[in-house]
Every structure is written in structure tokens, then in C-alpha cells.
Ligand binder design. Structure first.
Ligand code: SF4
Length: 478
């Protein structure tokens, strides 16, 4: 017999369970949120409103609102307006809040006013993971990714953009003026309304020029010569795709290699990763409570001072060197073709000659030793080596740190694969959860709060998967 699955008759009487608790299974993820928040010392974490006020309308307990947010971020409902709607119709959220239905303003204000405390909750979950012995490995992968801010590209101004826009506007004014001249010469053949329209356009463009010039003055006073009009902390950042730069934030994450949990994260508005390695590795080591740590990162983190700082604090970096040699690009020998002779403090060049130490220079804060060989002018390989009379080889005073790093990388050819597999998918997952507009809040501290909620939700989901719901709840309640 052919048939479909039938729904029930809407007018039929039904006996739904009378207890709210009967709607939520014993191993439902929402129970983890409930137990986790109930076990938190909200006052100690710095949440406002833990004590009810003696006057006025009773407020919602911060635990209720925190549960709403954690639920929202676990289920891709980050907006306060959508959370208000969900609190009215979603049985899981109704169970979680005990039928409290805070309005969107209350929900939004809670996230806005308790940023620091919410960030501490995220760190507290990492501490829990550590207590549950989830950080057994001492390898972390560090990476950064650009996340979009609430600021369109048009509302971000750099010197180059300002120049281009002013040129465009000037060209428009010139075009409209030429049309007005033509209308004058046409002796009334151009309708008056067209002339009026052109005049209005010229006024509007001149007003825009005035505004842009005013913004240009503000821009000149900023350290990085950049202005974002909607979110003042957001910055224009280049991404991998050609012409696909965004205005946003650079989110750094340190992810441990066994369970892929985010042990440390940071939101910055620096468009590159070069200054982040030591700070992120130190945070990760502290979060994991380890004495030693191997920090794997991509070429974007390669910076001599950062690598040295890591070594000095007992962190072992694994970062490949960027391939930026002009000599190699032009088909000439690059620095890898020269071998350092430690006992002689000299280099052996591809022609077998010895390049001796000649002088020391200071570049930025780095002491650089310079070597060259007297044999260069008569060398048969000179065309493959240099365009100058002598090939100069430059060596940082701590170059041995970089050489040791390279040896370490040679011994671990899978390091970059481990890095990719550990950290990259996390950014993809978080961005998919966030949707096409990544952050909903403006300014760095608020965006950092939002990111903490995302990271907390991500880690919670991972631990639920790794341990199971009931064991996790038991571990939280211990
Ligand atoms: S040009 Fe100088 S440094 Fe280069 S291979 Fe010849 S001798 Fe060596």
C-alpha cells in the first residue's frame, strides 16, 4: 500500500508531559551548560548583579543570562534578538532558563557589561579541561585568522584609499562641470531639470570631498594612518585571496595537538602574526600548566627576536623560514648555500672560498655581523652569486638559534602537517558557526568577549564529544 508519514490532527487533544524536565533527556548537551554555570563562582569571576537589588523590579540572575549566551553560541544563535525569540519558543532554552524570557536588551546588556567576567569563564573551562587531564601532550599549534568586523570596506580609510577616492570625486566634478558647460552652449536645448540635477550632484560631491578631507586629518593623527568609521578598532587586513582583504580583527589561537582544544586565544587588530609567537606560546603553556612546550606555527610567525624569546623562556619553536630571498628569486645563490664554520667564525661559500668576518652593523635592535671573501672579484661563479664586487653574507648575533630551529625542522618533516591538521580546521568551524558576518559587536574589548564565547562553545562541544555528556557533568560537579 502506498502512503506517507502522517502528522497528527491539530485539533486532537494531546497529553504532553507535565514536567519541563521530562522534555530534556538525561544526556542532553543543555544539561552540561546548566551544571557548568551552576558550579561557577559568579561573584568571584566578576559578574555584576549576583546580589539582588533591594529596590526596583527584580532582575534576572547572571547565571540565567550566562546560560542563555552559552546555549546561543553552542547553537549558532549569537544575536540577542534571536536569543529572545528562542527563549520564548525553544524547549531547550525554556528548560535552561526555567521559563524566564529576558528581552533582547537585557540579554545584550549582559554581554556588553560583563565582558571581563565572560572571558574569565572561557579560561575557567580550560582549567577544568586541565583538571580532567585532557592536556597530556606538550605540542601546540599556533595560528591566526582574519575575522570580519562590523565595518564595511567602504567605511575604512587608509591613505591609499583616501587618495583614490579624492581622485574619483575630482574626476566626477570635472565631468559634471563639463556637462554644465555643454548645457550652457546648447542655449536652452538641455532641460532645466537636468541642469538643476547636475548642480545638485556637484554640491553633493563637494560635500563628500569636505568630509573625506576632515577624515584624512583624523587619519593622520592615528599611529597606523587608518580610520574605521563604524568600529574604530577594526583594521584593514590583507587575506590570502587576491583583492579579498577585509576590515576586521586578527584572531590568534593556540590549539593542543591531541584533542584539538583551544588552550589560548587572543583578538588583535594587527594585520600580521610576526609579534604573536612568544605571547601565545606563554599563554598556552600557562593554561596547560606544563614546564616545556613545543610551539608549531607557520612562516608568518618567523621573527628572529620572537624565536629567541621563545628559546629563552624554555619554549621550543618550530617555525619555517619564509622564502623571501631576492638572490634565489633572481637565480643566484642564497644564504642556504653558505655554510657557517663555527670554529673559525667564517662562512664557506659555494666556490669553496672562506668569507671572513669584516664588520658589525646594527639594524633596528639587532646586531648583524657581515662577512665576505677577498676572492670574490676574481671568482668564476660571481655571476651566480652577486651583482656587486663582493658577496656580503650577513649573520645575526643569535643566528645559531635560527640554525638550531632549522635542524629541528629537518628532523620533523611532518611538523607543518601536524600544524595544519591541528589548528586550521578550527578557524573554518568557528567562521561557519559565525555565518557571513563574523562579529556582531564593535571595539576590541567587546569583540574579545564575543570570541571568548565562541571559544568556550567550541571547547565545550569538543569535550562533550571526547568524554561524553554524563562523564563531563560528573567531572564538572566534582
Ligand atoms: S663570488 Fe665570492 S662569495 Fe660568491 S662564490 Fe665567488 S668567492 Fe664565493
Amino acid at each position: 500500500m502506498k502512503r506517507f508519514v502522517e502528522g497528527v490532527d491539530r485539533s486532537q487533544n494531546v497529553l504532553f508531559p507535565a514536567r519541563l524536565d521530562d522534555y530534556i533527556e538525561e544526556d542532553h548537551p543543555v544539561r552540561v551548560i546548566d551544571v557548568f554555570v551552576d558550579e561557577l563562582d559568579l561573584r568571584g569571576l566578576g559578574f555584576a548583579g549576583v546580589e539582588p537589588a533591594s529596590t526596583g523590579r527584580p532582575a534576572y540572575h547572571p547565571a540565567t543570562l550566562l546560560k542563555v549566551y552559552i546555549y546561543g553560541y553552542l547553537n549558532r544563535v549569537q544575536s540577542s534578538r534571536r536569543l529572545e525569540r528562542e527563549a520564548q519558543r525553544n524547549i531547550e532554552l525554556i528548560w535552561l532558563t526555567g521559563r524566564c524570557i529576558p528581552d533582547f536588551k537585557t540579554i545584550a546588556d549582559f554581554r556588553k557589561n560583563n565582558g571581563v567576567a565572560i572571558r574569565r569563564v572561557c579560561s575557567h573551562f580550560i582549567v577544568l579541561c586541565r583538571q580532567m587531564k585532557l592536556f597530556t601532550d606538550t605540542v601546540v599549534a599556533i595560528d591566526g585568522s582574519k575575522f570580519k568586523a562590523v565595518n564595511s570596506r567602504d567605511k575604512n580609510l587608509t591613505q591609499a584609499k583616501l587618495k583614490a577616492r579624492l581622485e574619483q570625486l575630482e574626476a566626477s566634478v570635472a565631468r559634471y562641470l563639463a556637462e554644465l558647460d555643454r548645457a550652457d552652449r546648447a542655449h536652452g536645448r538641455v532641460p532645466a531639470i537636468r541642469v538643476k540635477h547636475l548642480t545638485q550632484k556637484i554640491t553633493a560631491v563637494r560635500e563628500q570631498v569636505k568630509q573625506l578631507n576632515a577624515l584624512g586629518k583624523v587619519m593622520q593623527e592615528t599611529p597606523d594612518k587608518q580610520v574605521s568609521q563604524t568600529d574604530p578598532d577594526a583594521r584593514a587586513m590583507a587575506t590570502h585571496g587576491r583583492g579579498s582583504g577585509i576590515v576586521g580583527y586578527n584572531v590568534q589561537a593556540a590549539v593542543e595537538a591531541t584533542h584539538h582544544l583551544i588552550v589560548a586565544h587572543e583578538v588583535t587588530n594587527e594585520g600580521h602574526d610576526r609579534h604573536q609567537l612568544t605571547a601565545m606560546a606563554l599563554r598556552a603553556r600557562e593554561a596547560m600548566d606544563q614546564d616545556t612546550l613545543v610551539a608549531v606555527a607557520d612562516r608568518g610567525y618567523y621573527k628572529g627576536e620572537e624565536l629567541l624569546a621563545c628559546e629563552q623562556v624554555g619554549i621550543t619553536p618550530l617555525v619555517p623560514k619564509p622564502l623571501t630571498s631576492n638572490s634565489r628569486a633572481n637565480g643566484r645563490f642564497d644564504k642556504r648555500d653558505f655554510y657557517y664554520l663555527t670554529d673559525r667564525d667564517a662562512y664557506q661559500c659555494p666556490a669553496g672560498e672562506q668569507a671572513n668576518w669584516r664588520m658589525r652593523t646594527i639594524e633596528g635592535s639587532m646586531n648583524i655581523d657581515v662577512y665576505w671573501s677577498s676572492a670574490c672579484p676574481n671568482c668564476p661563479l660571481r655571476d651566480q652569486c652577486t651583482t656587486a664586487r663582493y658577496r656580503r653574507i650577513r649573520r645575526w648575533e643569535h643566528e645559531s638559534v635560527l640554525e638550531t630551529l632549522q635542524c629541528r625542522l629537518d628532523e620533523r618533516p611532518d611538523a607543518m602537517r601536524v600544524r595544519r591538521q591541528t589548528v586550521e580546521h578550527i578557524f573554518g568551524t568557528l567562521k561557519a558557526w559565525m555565518g557571513s558576518t563574523h562579529f556582531l559587536m564593535r571595539t576590541l574589548p567587546k569583540v574579545a568577549t564575543e570570541m571568548s564565547l565562541h571559544v568556550l562553545a567550541y571547547n565545550m562541544k569538543r569535550v562533550m564529544k571526547i568524554m561524553g555528556i554524563k562523564p563531563l557533568m560528573q567531572a564538572i560537579m566534582v
